[in-house]
Design a protein around this ligand. Structure first.
Ligand code: BGC
Length: 263
């Protein structure tokens, strides 16, 4: 359904756009008749399927093999947008991963991997996008996928929480730095969402119930809840908004332990 006319024929790059939240955003953008570049790491077939689904939703799409923690790969995503669709208007730094380990046991290579994908990847995507808009004297719009864990500490996920805390201040800093250039930078902070990252955990009914009970709305979110927020941030309807994290979490960030007057 086309709701945001200004998005028609705009071009977006969405990292991690073949699965989960990134894929929901790609499909939602396609409904606005946007053109979309997604990347994949190793699953070429999955990316191919995602491209077909995006096309069925009304957009054009290309998938590019790229490791978003490598600067030359990130550049390939920008080039794909410009070469295939004639420009780039919206950049979504979505790709992310998490590894659970007690902090005193985290191997340095795991720490580096989580920081590389969740934080350095956001920096590299942002850098590529900013340079494109500045060189071409164009306005720009960046959406970073943060998490409720940019605010909520998460024992045994120190690398992930640290990366997301970094994404928060990176978003605010770059929003301020480039606001005079008509470039907006915002983040989305999803809570517990039904995505591949959570598939294993939520397959356990006990764990599913525990997570549900931590959400004031008492339900796990869907990727479409997040893509509805993303399309608003991408559109002109949010034209005076920059530097925020828009939490899409059913109230998870509201200190749910205090529900009903406990405490
Ligand atoms: C994580 C999920 C987790 C949720 C709430 C998200 O950022 O990716 O695994 O369920 O935060 O804790």
């Amino acid at each position: 359904m086309t709701m945001f006319k200004d998005l028609n024929h705009k071009v977006a790059v969405i990292t991690g756009g073949s699965k989960g939240i990134g894929n929901a955003i790609a499909l939602r953008f396609a409904e606005e008749e946007m053109d979309v570049v997604i990347n994949y790491n190793s699953d070429a077939k999955g990316a191919d399927d995602a491209v077909k689904a995006i096309e069925q939703h009304g957009g054009r799409a290309v998938a590019v093999q790229a490791d978003i923690s490598k600067e030359e790969d990130v550049k390939k995503l920008l080039d794909a947008a410009v070469d295939n669709f004639g420009g780039m208007d919206v950049w979504v730094n979505n790709a992310g991963m998490e590894i659970q380990e007690p902090t005193h046991k985290v191997p340095l290579k795991d720490w580096n991997k989580v920081i590389d994908i969740n934080l350095t990847g956001v920096f590299l995507g942002t850098k590529a996008a900013l340079n494109y808009w500045l060189d071409n004297d164009k306005p720009g719009n960046i959406i970073n996928m943060s998490s409720v864990h940019e605010r909520i500490p998460w024992p045994t996920f120190a690398s992930y929480a640290s990366a997301k805390g970094g994404v928060k201040l990176f978003t605010e800093t770059t929003a301020m730095e480039y606001a005079p250039k008509n470039i907006r930078v915002n983040a989305i902070g999803p809570g517990a969402i039904n995505t591949p990252i959570n598939a294993k955990k939520f397959a356990d009914p006990e764990q599913y119930k525990i997570t549900q009970s931590m959400i004031p709305m008492l339900k796990i979110g869907e990727p479409e809840d997040v893509s509805d927020a993303a399309v608003w941030l991408a559109s002109n309807q949010s034209k005076y908004v920059t530097g925020i994290t828009l939490f899409v979490d059913g109230g998870m960030t509201l200190y749910s332990n205090f529900q009903g007057g406990r405490g």
